[in-house]
Design a protein. Structure first.
Length: 185
């Protein structure tokens, strides 16, 4: 069975975006980006909400000519993966290998996990909250940025209690810390 992995870049105080929706403080440097790319190699499908999809869609058409090899690699990995976008407002997808679903269906995601040949990545805290609440998340990769934003969009859902087992940790030169947890059942 494929794993459902939640990954987020988060401030030290637990936010993926500040109160104005900004996340410019979270842009990964080359070292962190290369590490993220390596994590993405096992991903066959991304699960997104509309806002996260609209943030990530730039990778579909971005001209990476002249960009670093790390940026080119990420674009290739993103374009190769299937995407499921949960949105009640999007009518059509703006990227290849993408389908729109109106609602998060835990049963459908459970079936997808059971049949997938590669892991699934849930991106965005709102969709992740649904996956956590349904008991579907197997692992978390949190990239903690040494920055306090004071409020905004939480990186992890409220009112979810899950025992976690730390599998790995890594400190990067710029102060970012990667924490890899498995949900203990």
């Amino acid at each position: 069975m494929a794993r459902l992995i939640y990954s987020a870049i988060t401030s030290l105080d637990g936010y993926v975006a500040d109160e104005d929706g900004q996340f410019d403080w979270a842009e990964p440097d080359e070292q962190v980006h290369a590490f993220v790319n390596d994590l993405m190699r096992s991903i066959g499908t991304h699960l997104y909400g509309r806002r996260m999809y609209e943030t990530m869609i730039a990778w579909e058409t971005m001209d990476t000519t002249g960009q670093s090899r790390v940026m080119q690699d990420f674009a290739e990995l993103w374009r190769a993966a299937d995407k499921v976008v949960y949105s009640r407002t999007l009518e059509t997808a703006s990227s290849a290998k993408t389908r729109i679903e109106r609602d998060f269906d835990a049963g459908a995601v459970r079936r997808l996990k059971a049949s997938a040949g590669h892991d699934l990545l849930v991106g965005g805290p709102e969709v992740a909250a649904h996956a956590f609440e349904a008991g579907l998340v197997d692992e978390c990769h949190l990239f903690v940025v040494p920055f306090l934003v004071g409020g905004g969009t939480r990186s992890l859902p409220a009112k979810v209690r899950e025992p976690l087992e730390l599998l790995d940790e890594r400190r990067f030169d710029g102060g970012v810390v990667h924490l890899h947890y498995r949900i203990r059942t």
